[in-house]
Design a protein around this ligand. Sequence first.
Ligand code: SF4
Length: 352
Amino acid sequence: MNAQLDPQIRHDWNEQEVQALFDLPFNDLLFRAQSIHRTYFDPNEVQVSTLLSIKTGACPEDCKYCPQSAHYNTGLEKQRLMEVEAVLNKAKEAKAKGSTRFCMGAAWKNPNKRDMPYVLEMVKGVKAMGLETCMTLGMLNEEQAGELAEAGLDYYNHNLDTSPDYYDQIITTRTYSDRLDTLQHVRDSGMKICSGGIIGMGERKKDRIGLLAQLANLPVHPESVPINMLVKVKGTPLEDVEDLDPIDFVRCIAVARILMPKSHVRLSAGREDMSDEMQAMCFMAGANSIFYGECLLTTPNPEAHKDMQLFKRLGLRPEQAIVDHNDDEQAEVLSKQVQKNDQNQPFYDASV
Ligand code: SF4
């Protein structure tokens, strides 16, 4: 098999190899990313998550891109930790609207002891609805990771944000190795990892290479890799940073897909600033997950919604979460997936 089309899972990427991917002609890069994507995923399915901020603003960290940091005055309305019941009501709504994963985010340096019982109740309640659960609460120690895992948390989000070299230009209140430690605690607890970064913070190409190599060289690839495009918020130190070339962003998605073939690569923050054509290009490059805000996947009139219109135009479908099914249904879903993979096979034979 042509080495360029060999979708092996690797954890030993060096920066020259990643740079060589970035340097490929755009069409070659996209073709390679799309070929790998088809080996592991249905290319026309996109996983859909809903995100809820359960505690907003007043964060002691100084992440230069973030309107929730207490270090910057962005006029953001702060909100204390939400009541458990209110969170569960939001999750119920998200499920009714077609989301399969419910992500809860709190702007903390780390969760404190007082908050943990509420957070654990939220996890249990959302899980009991048959939704996949995800949280982002800042740094975790080993014990907290264990408690969350025991409560049924499926995913923990903790981004690396950028390369180790550029990191201290963006955050000074926690170190890169703090982040890696949290990821290790999450992995050790048995939860899945959601970890990615932000593109467009004034970083150089070598920092994008460094970020993606770092993620790909983790002992296990994160199951979810959010690739965010910086949203420039007035009042943050990055409000005037130079605009990102959309083609460079698509390249990052494609390289992430090649480096981490089995991960869900998520179009995350910044999607609202992307044109339909740019999003289509990102799906082509291997993105297969999005956050879906207050929108209706199962609304009687889905055409009314912009995202659903785009899905329709592109022939995309929301991916179904296997947690929604009982054992028999799950077996059926898996067997359909196997059949689909078999049907996809000739594509690869033909393209080698
Ligand atoms: S830790 Fe999270 S919420 Fe806090 S400033 Fe950084 S990105 Fe924002």
